[in-house]
Design a protein around this ligand. Sequence first.
Ligand code: UTP
Length: 290
Amino acid sequence: MGKVTKAVIPAAGLGTRFLPFSKAVPKEMLPIVDRPVLQYIIEEAVDAGIEDILLVTSRHKKVIEDHFDRLLDLEASLEAKGRNKELKQIRDIANLAKLHFVRQGQALGLGHAIGIAKEHIGDEPFVVLLGDDIMHPKTGVLKGMIQAYEKHESSVVALMEVPQEEISSYGCAAVEEMNESLVDISDLVEKPAVADAPSNLAVMGRYLFTPAIFEEIEHTKPGVGGEIQITDAMLTLLKSEKILGYKFSEGRFDTGKKIDYLRAVVELALERPDIGEEFQEIIRNAASKR
Ligand code: UTP
C-alpha cells in the first residue's frame, strides 16, 4: 500500500462540553495564546509529512475556513506598515497544507464524520486527527503511528493508559504486547463500565486507517449515545484486518473539556519564548494568593 499523505480532521461536533462558549464559536477555534487549537493540530499533521488535509465542519463553523484562507486587505495593511513578522505569520497559515472542507449536515457521530471523507481519500491509507485533541510535538505520536504503518501495513490507533476509573469516558482496547510501543488490538469497547473494561488503555484522538474502514462505517448502526461510533466500525474491521495500538503516555490535551483546555493553555504558554517567563510569574503570584 501507498505512502500516507492525507489526513481527515473531524471538527463538526456540537461541543456540548464547552457551552456556552461553543454556541457561536467552534471549540476547535479556542485560542492557545494566539493560535486556535486547530492550527496546532494541522501543524502536527504537516510536521508528520501529511500534504493534504480534509476538514469536516458544519454550518456553524465558517470561521474555520476563514482562518486558514488568505486575507488580502489585512496583508496589504500589514505590508504598508512594514509589519513583516505578522505578515509572514498570517500568510504562512494559508500555506500550511492543501486544505479541503466538507460539511457534516448533522452531528451523527465521529464514525459518520470520518465516513464523509470516503470520496476524498479514495483507495489510500490516511490519518484522522480529532479537531479538539492537541498532541504535544514531543510525543511524536503521529510520526510513530505512520512508521508503524510503513512497517506492518495495518491500521494503527493511539493508546494511552488512563486511571481505571476514567476508562468509561473512552474507547477501550484489549491488547497483546508486541514491543515497547506497539500492541496488537484484539477487542474494542466504547465507553465500557469500569468493571467491564478489558484494560485501562484508552483510544486517544489519532487514528491511521486503511481505506477498508469506509465499508465498515457504511454498515455501522448508531451505538452508544445514538451516534455512529468509529469504535464500532473498527470492531468489525478487526474481523478482517489487524489493528495495532501505538502507546504513549503524556502530552495529550483534550481541549474540548474545560479543565484540559486550561491545562493546555498553561503548559503551552509556559513553553513560549516570548511570554513564558512573565506568565510563570503571573501563575506563581496567583497561586500564592490562594
Ligand atoms: P467529541 O465527542 O470530542 O466532540 O468529538 P463533540 O461531540 O463536539 O463533544 P461534546 O461531547 O458535544 O462536548 C471529537 C471530535 O470529533 C468531531 C468533533 O468536532 C471533535 O473535534 N465530531 C464529533 C464530528 O466532526 N462530528 C460528530 O458528529 C461528532
